[in-house]
Design a binder for this molecule. Sequence first.
Ligand code: HEM
Length: 400
Amino acid sequence: MTDDFAFNPFDEQTRRNPFPLYARARREHPIYPHPGLPITSVFRYADIQAILKDPVTWSNRFPPPPGIDPEKLPPPSMLGQDPPEHTRLRSLVNQAFTPRIIRRLEPRMYEIATDLLDHALQAREVDFVQAFTYPLPVIVIAEIIGIPAEDREQFKQWSDQAVENLGNALFAVPPPDRLERLSKLLGEMGAYFSALAEQRRRAPREDLLTGLVQAEVEGSRLTHDEMIRMLVLLLVAGNETTTTLIGNAVLELLAHQDELARLRAEPHLMPSAIEEVLRFSSPVQLDPRCATRRVEIGGHTIEPQQIVVNWLGSANHDEQVFDDAERFDVGRTENRHMAFGFGTHYCLGANLARLEAQVAIRTLLDRTRSFERTDGAPLPLHPSIVFRGVTRLPLRLEPR
Ligand code: HEM
């Protein structure tokens, strides 16, 4: 029997609907070494969970791409560190993102969402990404950190550039100028944040930036460079992801009109509806790790320094874990999805992203009688294979 299975994460059809191929991979090739590449894809929930649980074997530090001088690479942020460095950095920011602290932001989130939506409703036909799903998370994170929201056009450019080709280099050689552009970008963001940090040193305020400037955990201050990398990470990690989540929520509700009607009729289902979007249309599809030693998984040997790509998007459709996994169900109760990862690097902003998406969709449902796509043309996909989402979403909004 010939085996015609192939998984190309750049293939457009696969990107638009990866789920049939994920299902086949889980059945036939749960551990899939990509031919000719030092990369192995992992598709089943249980395998992925075991990998993400074990940071000693599976590191978040990656070897430089072939032909790249490691000296030229920017040092990693917290996301690219393993314990114990990771633990120290994470403990500095954890308390700013506890459920209690995030809850307090809810009224302000409603204000921002309402304001953005009122503008969109005046226009009636908008690109919902530009008008709503992009600015909401940027304004919120800017206010948490304590950076002027007026600079958000600048953040958008930075954020877009930072995640543009995120993860694509795992499977393909990055564009030749990618590294240069990345270090220029980090230089610009670094200069911007350094200037703001200096202001807070002179005049502290009630914000995360002041907290970081004053950070001292077990007597060890955060170095200036670590602080800058943390700020860049916070700005970048939460924007595209939450924008994508809100956009995917709109798209899934449009694609499942019965579930949209159910959610309108039973608004208390909003939290489970957002969990279901996270599971069903996970904004972050993949989460890579690097082997620290020779290790066996599912009969395959992974050599030290080799990379495994954990397909969270596949894990979240695993029929071994989720009942009726291919059904979009806004009232799903058992939903242990891994859209925010698992274990040591579990998303710092999970509570924030959840609440923002709930507020966003509640505001949309409350203030519109209906919303629909202005045309049926295929929407442009995010250029990074890490993301499942669109960069433009033209909508017609009917106010109440
Ligand atoms: C729907 C929105 C979001 C999704 C789907 C998402 C997804 C993820 C995932 C999968 C990871 C794990 C990465 C790994 O295992 O290596 C992660 C980590 C992280 N996320 Fe999110 N994220 C979202 C929103 C946010 C927001 C709003 C913030 C802002 C604070 C944020 C900040 C971070 C940070 C700082 C990390 C690294 C944590 C660590 O290394 O300990 N994320 N996120």
